[in-house]
Design a protein around this ligand. Sequence first.
Ligand code: ADP
Ligand code: MG
Ligand code: MG
Length: 252
Amino acid sequence: MLEIRDLHAAVAGEPILKGLNLTVNAGEVHAIMGPNGSGKSTLANVLAGKDNYEITGGDALFEGKSLADLEPEERAQLGLFLAFQYPVEIPGVSNMEFLKAALEATRKAQGKEEWDSVTLLRKARETCKQVDLDPQFLKRGVNEGFSGGEKKRNEIMQMLLMEPKLALLDETDSGLDIDALQTVARGVNSLRSPERGIVLVTHYQRLLDYIVPDFVHVLSNGQIIKSGGKELAHELEEHGYGWLTGDRNDGK
Ligand code: ADP
Ligand code: MG
Ligand code: MG
């Protein structure tokens, strides 16, 4: 589904990803972990096609198509959900208007049946409830004045409605409160299916107590330096990243 081969990428001209390889098949949940500044968010932003993030070598293929050739909207229409491919705040555009436009384009591109306004509103309300977000948020400007936890709930709500083939979420290092964390986990777990791939970018192990990944990868200095199963996350929790990156001597 997603095949990243020897990916090199630069942010504002600075090389950050330095030969990254990763394969995600349908049905798999992958966690990308790593120390601060290792390039986790850069990877997410490169896949999302964010401005200033430039692929300088290698490739990232989604269902065989090179992401480098696709606009962010086209990536979404193919069934990739990357939360931050959406602007953080869009004052003056309501959440509902935004969802309607995104869903229409995406469902059409994927040959899914169209939802009329009534269906869409019903589904949007149901999905808000599923993530403990007051349906009143549908009327508000996209992310305008939302708290960190509300933004995260909103993002998961969008993701659930989009029904992506591949979802990539960056937990960000700011730290979510336990309620938001559990909302993310419930949302992601409800998306798990044999047809879908999920990539979680997280600095902390704790999210992985709620979403048990099939594979864990450690990113350091722009490369994946170790891959393993869910037990690798526990080793990292116990020993930190130093034993892998060589930054700390803790007997390993
Ligand atoms: P992580 O998410 O793993 O903490 P990031 O991908 O955010 O790491 O950052 C990786 C490296 O890229 C860091 O050294 C960071 O300073 C650098 N970086 C990120 N964004 C920019 C930018 N816009 N301009 C220059 N350097 C950047
Ligand atoms: Mg960081
Ligand atoms: Mg980050």
